[in-house]
Design a binder for this molecule. Sequence first.
Ligand code: NAG
Length: 485
Amino acid sequence: VCFLRCFYLLVPFNVVVLTYTPRVFQVSKKDFDGFKKLFHRFLQVKGPSVDWPKIHRPPEDSIQPYDKIAALPLPDSLADSLNKLVVVKLNGGLGTSMGCKGPKSLISVRNENTFLDLTVQQIEHLNKKYNTDVPLVLMNSFNTDEDTKKILQKYTHHRVKIHTFNQSRYPRINKESLLPVATDIGMMGENADVWYPPGHGDIYASFYNSGLLDQLITEGKEYIFVSNIDNLGATVDLNILHHLVSQPNGKRCEFIMEVTDKTRADVKGGTLIQYDNKLRLLEIAQVPKAHVDEFKSVTKFKIFNTNNLWISLGAIKRLQEQNAMDMEIIVNPKTLDGGQNVIQLETAVGAAIKSFDNALGINVPRSRFLPVKTVSDLLLVMSNLYSLEAGSLTMSQKREFPTTPHVKLGSSFTKVQEYQTRFESIPDMLELDHLTVSGDVTFGKQVSLKGTVIIIANHGDRIDIPAGTILENKIVSGNLRILDH
Ligand SMILES: *[C@@H]1O[C@H](CO)[C@@H](O)[C@H](O)[C@H]1NC(C)=O
């Protein structure tokens, strides 16, 4: 880490002058260079990054159904393939949206196991079963690195080698002046508000810069399986791995994106399109306003990106060294606590698909996309809808339909801690289709919810669902207090 002086960015008529003021804060040379490059590109970009009429449906064979790939027999030599694999989890995020402090990966999701515990258990299980050494790599951010590392000590005796690297730390910039906020606030280099981790697209540069990528290649690793750490469906899939490693030379597939069928709940997810004869990820942020409804339609764009990606390590190295990793910039507006409007420039890991050779989409079952973003998601994965085995969650055999219920918990449930006090035990949800809960509601032990259940306590009222209640296609409203006597 070197000390650089704080920089001013002056932007008259698109001429950027980078100079340094005497104020000093800590930023690494690599972060500074990375930010400079991204910022330059941001200034050069004019208008939307896609020309709508040039968008085509991907050719038949470029997005393959999972069943087709899974139909091929797996060889006996699976261990060889597994030994070429590295599991990478995106671990830069905080648990803020679920009312938790610290890294999201350290939130308990099932039987006191955190996202990270489940990940480690899954990989350990693989390594034991196949006698392999698949390592786990965590991409941390400056927000999560310290807390994560403290926890990692508890896995020293597990059969999983764990590596970490940091993603970059870039300065947020003022929306109007385009000056880094850091210069306005002054010498507050440690103030998290002035910095941000620039999206998971940063993985390529940070992984390469950390030296870990080279190290893993030297150790004989060839592919990474990347996913969000909060996607509990993102387990190592042996069929996809086998498909990846068994492509003939000359047709080596460098990138697989797992996509899945879009439902009304995922209309904002990025989709795969054919553009300039290559597969390309189209994110809603890139879509011209006039086409947003078209983008969201389930009929025209049928699939979306799960962010489960299989990528060749050698290809990442080559593209980094050729400076050829091409990702659209996502401009993310934010309002800081002080009311200041800022933007942060980000990229998405999947956007690089167009830079890789012989990229492929695989349309996977919905079960590989089980993200836990809200407390409502958490309720589902904690319930008897899922069973836990070797760190993996699978939908219970006892559920009659393959779909998960729609759960909407109101604002009294947003924080994990509050939520925990509201359920004496997690209700039986095997036959639930839809649950809406709003207001001051608590659940006693062994409640069973079936069909559509709506529970609404108006302001000032409270509803305690008594232990053992079975609610089937019911609306509960008003006031129902249960008092000790
Ligand atoms: C990663 O970030 C943390 C927090 O900013 C820092 O303490 C740590 O030294 C960084 N690690 C590396 C390898 O740069």
